[in-house]
Design a protein around this ligand. Structure first.
Ligand code: SF4
Length: 216
């Protein structure tokens, strides 16, 4: 199978089996999504979703969050990984939004990465989810799954994987492909022991070719 055929197989499979794939973070607007994505670093979406309702209730806008002080916000975040840093990042992010961006979430990666707590991955998530821009956020799941299937070849960094993926997925599908790969990595192609027995990608998967299931 050529690389092109491998991509086509993956696209056809997910179009059929996960046509509505989307983020599992709960949010109602770009501000809420940005807060949730910042909180989700090194943390599960499930835990973030348990935490954000209280934050959004108390700080419904960037303007409100910009006025928060550390001791008020920290207790709402303490059950999440790296609560000290994330408390500082959220307040800093909101203050910069108010001071430099009129309280609006900017919609370019270059502007977003200026905000405290926002790296390239987060900026790619925001612009692809909110604005369907053809940006691919490569987290640990995307990196692992793309490498196993053979969508990326010899990519040693998330940025290298990102470049290969955006080169090969059709532009209009990139924002969707991000969710396909994340969700597949979360529930099927899991880190320690991929569930190849139940995986529909097997015919196109390089890892599976090298590690086939034993005959029944
Ligand atoms: S066949 Fe196995 S390794 Fe390949 S994508 Fe599916 S679960 Fe992952």
């Amino acid at each position: 199978m050529t690389r092109k055929q491998r991509y086509q197989f993956v696209i056809d499979y997910f179009k059929q089996h996960a046509p509505d794939a989307e983020t599992e973070l709960l949010y109602d607007n770009p501000y809420q999504l940005l807060v949730a994505v910042i909180l989700s670093a090194q943390c599960t979406d499930k835990r973030v979703n348990l935490t954000t309702p209280a934050i959004f209730h108390r700080y419904p806008t960037a303007q409100a969050l910009a006025k928060a002080d550390f001791d008020s916000l920290f207790p709402l975040i303490r059950s999440i990984s790296y609560p000290n840093n994330k408390t500082r990042h959220l307040i800093g992010m909101a203050r910069m939004l108010v001071e430099d961006f009129n309280g609006e979430i900017p919609m370019t990666v270059d502007q977003l990465v200026k905000l405290p707590g926002v790296g390239r991955k987060t900026a790619n998530v925001i612009t692809s989810v909110v604005d369907q821009q053809p940006n691919m956020a490569v987290d640990t799941h995307v990196f692992r799954v793309a490498g196993r299937i053979g969508l990326t070849l010899k990519a040693t960094t998330p940025l290298a994987a990102e470049k290969q993926l955006i080169q090969h997925f059709p532009k209009e599908l990139i924002h969707k492909a991000h969710h396909w790969l994340i969700l597949h990595g979360r529930y099927v192609c899991v880190a320690r022991k991929p569930k190849c027995a139940i995986c529909g990608i097997r015919p196109a998967c390089k890892y599976y070719q090298a590690h086939p299931l034993p005959e029944a």
